[in-house]
Design a protein around this ligand. Structure first.
Ligand SMILES: [Cu+2]
Length: 118
């Protein structure tokens, strides 16, 4: 696996970061993100530092994925399935996640910008 070293906790189709990033409560804000060749909708979101959120990915066409190394996130998003990624960003700044599963010619440009405010 290409990212095995960077993401030792990876499980196929379902990934949660290390324990200190696992924050999943009923209060978590849920953000729906559609993945479709070759973009995420929305492709830009704003989070608050330390705010627990759940990114809810849904793929509309083929298997996509999502990875963001800074927060140790990586998952596949299989076609017609919904994948939830729970985390709380522990750093402020601008981060760019991208598709983690090759999905065609525009795969490299499939990005999601995450702004994290203090
Ligand atoms: Cu892709």
């Amino acid at each position: 696996m290409e990212y095995q070293e960077d993401y030792p906790n990876r499980h196929r189709g379902c990934h949660f970061g290390p324990a200190h990033l696992r924050v999943w409560t009923a209060k978590s804000r849920r953000i729906d993100i559609q993945a479709k060749r070759f973009q995420y909708t929305p492709n830009e979101i704003t989070l608050k530092k330390d705010e627990p959120v759940v990114l809810v990915f849904h793929s509309e066409d083929v298997t996509h994925g999502f990875k963001l190394k800074e927060f140790d996130l990586i998952t596949d998003v299989p076609k017609n399935r919904t994948i939830e990624l729970a985390f709380a960003p522990n750093n402020a700044g601008e981060f760019v996640g991208q598709c983690a599963h090759f999905c065609g010619s525009g795969h490299g440009e499939m990005k999601l910008t995450i702004h994290v405010t203090e």
